[in-house]
Every structure is written in C-alpha cells, then in structure tokens.
Ligand binder design. Structure first.
Ligand code: 3HC
Length: 284
C-alpha cells in the first residue's frame, strides 16, 4: 500500500502539526476544515513553525516553500476522495469523530486507510461505524507535533496487517519513533500521563504547594521538560477534562475522576494557553 496523498480532517493544533510533518516529508496534503478561516489559521501556524526551523538551519527556505506548496485547504470532504490515508484530528468527542468518518467513508476510494488521532476513545468503536474497520487504526501524535518524536500506532481487533504496516511506515516516514499499543483507552502514554496530571490538580486544590513549586518540583526533581500544571495549560484543560471523563466512563476508577477544580476552570473558560489563562496567565 503506497501512501502518496494524505487527507487530514481538522486543522487545529494537532491536525495542523500532522499536516506540517506530512508536507515536510514530501506527501501531498489536503486539510479539511468546516470553514476556510480555520484551515487558513492552521496554515499560518504551519508557516510560523516552518520559519522557526529555517531560522535554526533545520530546513532551507526552499524546503519550507516546497512543504507549503504541498498543502491544500478545503471545506469539502469530497476533496479527500482519492487520498491514500485519511487522518482525523477533530475534537475529542465520539459523536463528532463518527460523523466525520461516516462522511469520509462515503466519499473516499475503497483502498483509503482511515486513522484517528484520538487520545482516549476506543478506535474500534469508531471504526465500526464505517464499511472498512479492517483498514482503520490509530495514529496518535503528541503536541507539539513538529517537535515531539513519538507516535502511538494502535491496532484494533479488526485492523489488518497491511493497514498496520502502512500506518507504521507512514509515521516513521514523517520522522517519528513508533510504539504499538492495543486499542485500550489512553493507549500507553495518556493512560499513565493523565492520572499524574489529575493528581497534580488535586495536590494544588488541596493547598499542598504553590503552582510554581509543584511545577518546579516535577521539572527539577524528575527532569520533566514542563511541570504538570504548565503541561495542563499547554495541552488544554478542556482536552484533559474530556479525556478524564472518557477514562472514568470506561474504567469506573477514581484515579480518572476529574478533580472539581478542573471542571470549574473548564466551565469558566480557563482552558490554558489557548484561552489566555489556565493555571497561569498568558494574556501578556
Ligand atoms: N514549531 C517549531 N518550533 C517550535 C515549536 C513548533 N511548533 N514549538 C516550540 N518550538 C521551538 C521554540 O520556539 C524554541 O525555539 P528557540 O530555542 O529558538 O527559542 C524551541 O522549540 C524550544 O522551545 P521552548 O524554548 O519554548 O521550550 P522547551 O525547550 O521546553 O521545548 C517543548 C518545548 C518541546 C514543548 C518541551 O517543553 C516539551 O517537551 N514539553 C512537554 C510537551 C509534552 O509533554 N507533550 C505531550 C503532551 S500530551 C499529548 O500531546 C497527548 C494528547 O493526546 C493530550
């Protein structure tokens, strides 16, 4: 299965990052959003990120332009019809993802492989709504996609070998290290990461230490690049809240229950870096 053309549904933080690394690796990329303004915003983010790589001498100005030239934005799912691989990176909501894949299933050629970038939803449950569960897998990238080296490739009980190999080969071809996981909520990384982040919120809520000291403790005590509250702001509090709800629903285990403070912050629109305020203030 040779992959040449990649369709990406959703051009937010994750979708634009996946579009970027795919275009840099030489793939033709079609990015589908619900409004032109959304993919345009995503492409502006890609341009800025590529400019950083040029500034650092990791890419030439010509390579940047070539990569930008491989990107096409659209609002029509039908434009993804002849893609060899379609990766979905929309909001972490099962109904929304199923809706996207049902539309893509109608329009894409029979050979097209489908992959979800879901961080927490069972992929087999989404795949079951399409006519091609055997050609369906998970490709879970990490934020920020252009910098983070890992991709989790997720095989469902229906994923066939050819699809798994093609998806793994694709992730490696965009410069990522692949780990393979079963189709269990959170796969490897989020299953371990999310309870840690929720515990950090609980510790802060209980008044254990200041936000800065919790972050400094984990940065300098464990060698993490970011403390947990900074990382929560970076990922988005709403995203972690949705993931925690999905885990709790699946495992019925208190470790995954959302701390009240997280819920209050999400309901108040304090979503982290993207909204200008979370555990820290980014308005300046
Ligand atoms: N494109 C290009 N360059 C970028 C960039 C991007 N998208 N983002 C940051 N950079 C550059 C910065 O501009 C900076 O350049 P400079 O050295 O010239 O100033 C350089 O990369 C390093 O960035 P920073 O100085 O801001 O900070 P760090 O050295 O801490 O590196 C980081 C940034 C790689 C994000 C690092 O802090 C890190 O690894 N943080 C943890 C991230 C993490 O854990 N991500 C996973 C989240 S979980 C997830 O995604 C799963 C999901 O399902 C929830």
């Amino acid at each position: 299965m040779e992959i040449k053309k990649v369709g990406i549904i959703g051009c937010g933080q994750m979708g634009s990052g996946i579009a970027q690394v795919s275009a840099v690796a030489g793939y033709s990329v079609i990015s589908r959003e619900i409004e032109d303004a959304f993919w345009q915003k995503g492409f502006a983010r890609i341009e800025k990120s590529l400019a950083k790589f040029v500034e650092k001498g990791k890419l030439t100005a010509a390579q940047k332009e070539e990569a930008m030239g491989r990107l096409i934005g659209t609002t029509k799912m039908t434009d993804l019809a002849d893609c060899d691989l379609v990766i979905e990176a929309v909001i972490e909501n099962a109904d929304e993802k199923v809706k996207m894949f049902k539309e893509a299933d109608k329009t894409c050629k029979p050979e097209t492989i489908f992959a979800s970038n879901t961080s927490s939803l069972p992929i087999g449950d989404i795949a079951a709504h399409t006519s091609r569960p055997q050609q369906f897998c998970g490709l879970h990238f990490f934020n920020p996609v252009p910098l983070m080296k890992l991709v989790e490739v997720v095989r469902t009980i229906s994923t066939d070998d050819a699809t798994y190999q093609a998806a793994k080969g694709f992730a490696e071809s965009v410069g990522k290290v692949v780990v393979t996981a079963k189709d269990s909520p959170g796969f490897i990384v989020n299953l371990l990461l999310v309870p840690y982040l929720l515990d950090a919120v609980r510790a802060f809520e209980a008044g254990l230490a200041s936000r800065e000291d919790i972050d400094t403790g984990m940065k300098l005590g464990c060698g993490h690049p970011m403390g947990p509250l900074t990382l929560l702001d970076f990922i988005g509090l709403d995203t972690i809240y949705y993931i925690a709800e999905i885990f709790f629903d699946e495992f019925k285990d208190g470790r995954y229950a959302s701390p009240p403070l997280l819920k209050r912050m999400v309901n108040a629109g304090l979503l982290g870096k993207k909204s200008g305020r979370g555990f820290y203030d980014y308005s300046a």
